[in-house]
Design a protein around this ligand. Sequence first.
Ligand code: GYE
Length: 336
Amino acid sequence: MKTKRALIVFGSVIVTLLAGCGRGALDLAEQQDKPEGSPIVVGFSQVGAESEWRVANSESMKSTLSEENGYELIFDDARNEQENQIRAIRTFIQQDVDYIVFSPRVETGWTSILQEARDAGIPVIVIDRDIEVEDRSLYTAYIGSDFRKEGETAVAWLENLLQKKGRTENPVRIVHIQGTIGSSAQIGRTAALEDALERNPNWQIVKQELGDFTRAKAYEVMGAILKETKDIDVVYCENDGEALGAIDAMEEAGLSCNTEGGVIVISFDATKLGLSYCLQGKIALNVECNPLQGPYVAEIIQQLERGETVEPVKHVEETAFDCFTITKEMIEGRGY
Ligand code: GYE
């Protein structure tokens, strides 16, 4: 609360000096009423619960920003609607929380609500997916993944595999199942595939469909694709849920998923469930996307509380797992 208190005190002085009205003095009195040692109030707008990744992300926030750790977390699930997120953030502002954290559904459309948060002197931390605003100072920090890099890891691995198999000339027929359109995770992972398509003229997109980051949607779209064609070499899914849904549909249609003549499935997230498919060889490559962001958020809040400057962008550490090198032990040791 120190940051906000400092901001409000500073704001109060300005307002009192310039306008001569009582609002500044009132703010100061209100702030002084807050007893020392009272919890840090954080409003968190979570985009939804569409995937295992998301559930782990929510869990990480809840367990880190807990009462025992000195926080009061107001958690709001936006059910995958940006409007709900904007409404939740506005409510947090009205509740005068100390910090606002949100995981944006898509990158655009946040300027006005962030302006409102700034006017109220509430620092905003964006997690998971990033946002696109002209004025970068509208939010204090971003913690999340480098989605473009994740995509590049995936396509470089695929290029390497296909090269080893001598598949540099014959067409490589790819189905692309995308995540929520306009989200950073989709934008980065899609961009990397598009770049790879440009430099590999034999790669062809058979179909590009929306999977919304859910198993159910990917199952549905993959099922429809398979009615048109089964001549597929690769399925590039933008998360584990989609990969699992696509695999369900392919197996039902009699296709097998593996790197030995079957369909090569690429996925992102590397949840325990996704990795168990990797261990069975059904997912060929699973690029890690780390949802355990609660501790990073807490660290930023603590730095702000101490009045320190924070890193504006923090990308979490990530790796990748393939079906050739993954072991049971690697899966067991994971937190999600
Ligand atoms: O990959 C997917 C989720 O934004 C990184 O959203 C996140 C993505 C994640 O639903 O599983």
